[in-house]
Design a protein around this ligand. Structure first.
Ligand code: ATP
Ligand code: MN
Length: 281
């Protein structure tokens, strides 16, 4: 009997292709995952320029980044922007769940997004801090870093939200009123990272250079620049297991490891109250 492999009205080719081994996760599992989280995920990625990680041949195959569109599907938008050399380059973005699923059908499994949306391209509204520890530090140091950062943000009345990276760390995400240009936005993020460094010089650095990171955590503010990206909330990570970058409650920081939440756990979690419910309010 032929399996029904239409999701959101899109025909899914090679549904049984293995994407992760151990536990085995196939392409159709991932498509179903995105279809289920779509409603939660879409407001956070909609109309934001994306850069995706594709895995066309499944586990062990070639992985590549993609930021240009070749086939325009329903629910996908295309935009031309000038790069530093004054040349026009095309970018693309997702407008609907249909657009999201059509990307996943084309083997885009990991989504990275800009901090502004195409309707307000010059006014970024999502600031992200990524805590990247020196390899020797343990997870508790990272958690402490996240708490210290939250203290600083609270001090400035900046409401922040937490997600796992799906990899080695956590991301602290701050919704910002669309009132800043990219230069001021990036400078603000840098100032916050610098303040962490000044306040706790033995624990944090705002300097991107690895050699400055010995026994410290790099508070990565550099992502808050025009054309930089961060991994989208709810995105699958193409790391060693099918983890996701998952929004969690502040009270869960000490309980949840950065790569702990996989698609199956995420599917359970989205039935609960949204920890980022008031993100755009
Ligand atoms: P970890 O917690 O393991 O450090 P992470 O998400 O913080 O995970 P990386 O996965 O190393 O960090 O990503 C580093 C940077 O590179 C991020 O800003 C991310 O958005 C960017 N990046 C990663 N993949 C892509 C991609 N496909 N396209 C564009 N940028 C990407
Ligand atoms: Mn990181």
């Amino acid at each position: 009997m032929k399996k029904n492999n239409k999701i959101n009205n899109i025909i899914i080719t090679n549904p049984e292709k293995i994407i992760f081994k151990n536990p085995e996760i196939t392409k159709i599992d991932i498509v179903k995952y995105y279809s289920a989280v779509g409603e939660r995920m879409l407001p956070l990625i909609k109309n934001r320029i994306i850069s995706v990680k594709r895995l066309p041949d499944g586990v062990g195959g070639n992985k590549f980044f993609k930021k240009h569109l070749e086939t325009k599907n329903k629910g996908i938008g295309k935009i031309y922007l000038e790069n530093e050399n004054g040349q026009k380059e095309d970018y693309y973005y997702i407008k609907t769940i249909h657009g999201l699923i059509s990307e996943v059908q084309m083997n885009s499994f990991e989504f990275h997004v800009w901090g502004s949306n195409v309707k307000h391209l010059k006014s970024p509204d999502i600031m992200v801090f990524d805590l990247d520890p020196d390899e020797k530090l343990n997870i508790n140091a990272v958690r402490e870093g996240v708490k210290d950062l939250k203290k600083i943000l609270d001090m400035f009345n900046l409401k922040s939200y937490l997600k796992t990276s799906g990899g080695k760390g956590y991301h602290v995400v701050v919704p910002i009123k669309k009132e800043m240009n990219w230069t001021d936005f990036k400078q603000t993020a840098k100032n916050i990272a610098k303040l962490m460094e000044t306040k706790w010089p033995n624990k944090y650095t705002s300097n991107i250079r690895i050699k400055n990171r010995k026994n410290k955590i790099f508070i990565d503010w550099v992502r808050n620049a025009r054309s930089a990206t961060f991994v989208a909330p709810y995105s699958v990570r193409l790391k060693d297991k099918c983890s996701v970058s998952m929004p969690i409650k502040w009270s869960e920081l000490d309980k949840i490891k950065p790569n702990e939440i996989t698609i199956n756990e995420a599917l359970k979690r989205i039935k609960r109250k949204d920890p980022w419910e008031d993100f755009f309010k």
